[in-house]
Design a protein around this ligand. Structure first.
Ligand code: SF4
Length: 620
């Protein structure tokens, strides 16, 4: 096989056993790798009774076909399991340097089951897989663990670790590699913690074989030229994702105070330029010329002067900033650091904290429910304290570790502003002012999330492009409903194949890499004859399979909706007066997908067409 090592490791922690096997190339051709491959394995390995924190829930790490090649932005990987936060399909995706190192160590895929008797880590080095004692790392944060393991295995070793949040089974614990890059969503860190698995450390020197090396070099040059010419490149490479804050302030689409507001002049204290004085260097992931990441450092003054980390990204800035009414930039730097060290998903953490701040504002909870803390909006000292308590499972932290949906069930009167979809806290968009994003959140199979559909075209494409692709210029009118079902379906499919080949969406979607270029890159690496339409078809297969995972658990149309708050008009800013009404889009979306519009389920015909006939038996 070209591009792949062809090897998988099955690690059974209950029995302290490792089995190394071959991967079936036909399976890879059908799902591409990464997210798609993992979805199929999870489908086969779990059922509706699988306990997300039990031994039978597999934790599946996998790379993609391009991983370790020269194709730009190929350094991502996916981790998949049944989510302990939502109870449904769960996965997370991270960039950095871990994924190519796994391939160089000789593996494409690691499937971990069981629960170890005592804390362990997995050491993967040049074709060997060992389960090793991690007792001395247990209780330590991600940074301490990473540095200790690199001391033992060398600085080149790449470490994906959990912090205390994962050990304490926080519903939204993350797995962190390169000290900062997060497999953030759906609580994959808690699944890792439930297995008493502290880290997966990888190092290797094995080559990735390229099917057509000369053609590979040519297509890489073409892809690089495309990236450097893309209109979005200069800002993304200089400021990273922080520029999105600027756009959302301008558009009045910033979630503020648990989405009670969508615009506030104070948010200008967190625009991209404000982070420049704290930026000490740019950083790119493996084979990435975009280098959207930055290192930041506090100014040495005051409580947060010693802050230092990579980032913060836009989502983190808003989640623990304006979403919590917090406009204090040094505190945002510090919070970014400790979220990475404890190993927490910043989006869900900000979602939970802002939700209880609103409960406090409305008198539904009192200080004594949160260990006497003052939950006033913008109280950054409280936010820092709550992040610690959640990660360390101290006091109210254990309660808050459950996520917004479960906390809300214990607070009568909070349902309408409990911001989650299918149990997952939403990212930092405002669906009332960006209708495609609202639909994308509602139908996402892992709950509210920006990266599932990622319908950037709504605000970045021209009218001409919109007409050519979707038949309506209204697709680029962010307030219009027209054509959004088509845009979301297409974007979901591009997202799904991009996550499966494990390229970065920043290149594929934000900088609009042509599908045929990506397909040709895949051909040069693997030798597979494939075109852009086939990539979209595989994306469709992955979306349908993930949907069927949830259908088997009883989900359907009733779950494809947004919190009630979005039915109320926005009261200020450039999106004033906008609401979000899912009924304007949902049936059209199901029709576009050829799904049953009464249930929101794929039809048997659609499943057969996509080669998913085995899932027909799971339709009700
Ligand atoms: S664009 Fe950013 S997140 Fe994506 S691979 Fe490059 S540096 Fe990493």
């Amino acid at each position: 096989m070209y591009g792949w090592t062809g090897k998988k490791a099955l690690v059974d922690l209950s029995n302290n056993k490792v089995i190394i096997g071959e991967i079936d190339e036909e399976l890879l051709k059908k799902y591409l790798g990464g997210r798609g491959l993992n979805a199929r394995l999870l489908y086969d390995m779990t059922d509706k009774d699988t306990d997300p924190l039990g031994p039978d829930n597999p934790l599946i790490f996998s790379t993609g076909p391009l991983t370790g090649s020269l194709v730009p932005t190929n350094g991502r990987y996916s981790v998949t399991a049944k989510s302990p936060l939502t109870g449904i399909f769960g996965d997370g995706n991270s960039a950095g340097f871990w994924a190519p190192e796994l391939k160089y160590a000789g593996f494409d895929l690691i499937v971990i089951t069981g629960i170890a008797e005592k804390p362990v880590y997995i050491w993967i080095n040049d074709g060997k897989v060992e389960i090793r004692d991690a007792s001395r790392h247990w209780g330590k944060d991600v940074w301490e663990t990473t540095l200790e393991l690199q001391k033992d295995h060398g600085k080149r070793a790449q470490i994906a670790a959990i912090g205390q949040a994962g050990e304490n089974l926080v519903g939204y614990a993350a797995i962190i590699n390169n000290m900062k890059r997060a497999v953030g969503r759906c609580g994959m860190g808690a699944v890792m913690g439930s297995k008493k698995l502290k880290a997966v450390a990888v190092l290797g020197n094995q080559p990735v074989k390229i099917a057509y090396p000369d053609e590979h070099l040519k297509i890489v040059d073409e892809m690089l030229a495309h990236i450097y010419k893309a209109p979005g490149y200069p800002a993304r490479s200089k400021f990273g994702t922080t520029v999105i804050t600027d756009i959302y302030i301008r558009n009045g689409t910033l979630p503020i105070m648990n989405v009670q507001k969508s615009y506030d002049e104070q948010a200008t204290s967190l625009t991209s330029d404000k982070f420049v004085p704290y930026t000490t260097g740019l950083k790119g992931c493996f084979a990435c010329p975009i280098h959207c990441s930055r290192f930041t450092k506090g100014d040495g003054e005051g409580t947060y002067g010693d802050a230092r980390s990579e980032g913060p990204e836009f989502e983190t800035i808003i989640a623990i900033g304006p979403r919590c009414g917090n406009y204090n930039l040094p505190s945002v730097l510090k919070l970014n650091q400790i979220l990475n060290q404890y190993g927490l998903d910043s989006i869900s953490a900000g979602g939970v904290i802002s939700f209880i701040m609103e409960c406090f504002q409305k008198g539904l909870i009192k200080s004594e429910h949160v260990d006497g803390l003052d939950l006033s909006w913008g109280n950054h000292e409280t936010i820092v304290e709550l992040v610690k308590k959640i990660a360390l499972a101290e006091g109210c932290g254990r309660w808050l570790a459950q996520g917004v949906r479960k906390i809300s069930q214990e607070i009568p009167g909070s349902e309408d502003f409990a911001m989650h979809v299918k149990g997952l806290e939403p990212a930092e968009q405002e669906p009332r002012g960006m209708k495609a994003w609202g639909l994308g959140w509602a139908v996402s199979n892992r709950g509210a999330d920006h990266l599932r559909a990622f319908p950037l075209a709504e605000t970045t494409w021209t009218k001409e492009d919109a007409i050519r692709a979707f038949g309506s210029e209204q697709v680029v009118n962010r307030f219009a409903y027209e054509g959004k079902e088509k845009l979301v379906k297409w974007s979901e499919e591009v997202s799904a194949f991009t996550d499966s080949i494990e390229m970065c969406k920043m290149a594929q979607m934000a900088l609009t890499m042509p599908l045929e270029m990506t397909a040709r890159a895949l051909w040069t690496v693997t030798g597979w004859e494939i075109d852009g339409q086939e990539l979209l078809k595989i994306g469709e297969r992955v979306v349908n399979l993930e949907r069927m995972y949830n259908v088997r658990l009883g989900l359907g149309k009733k779950d494809d909706r947004l919190p009630k708050r979005y039915e109320q008009p926005i009261t200020e800013g450039a999106s004033q007066g906008q609401t979000f009404d899912i009924t304007q889009l949902i049936d059209k979306y199901y029709s576009e997908r050829n799904w049953n519009i009464e249930t929101g389920h794929p039809t048997p015909k659609k499943l057969e067409e996509l080669g998913l006939g085995f899932a027909v038996r799971d339709l009700p």
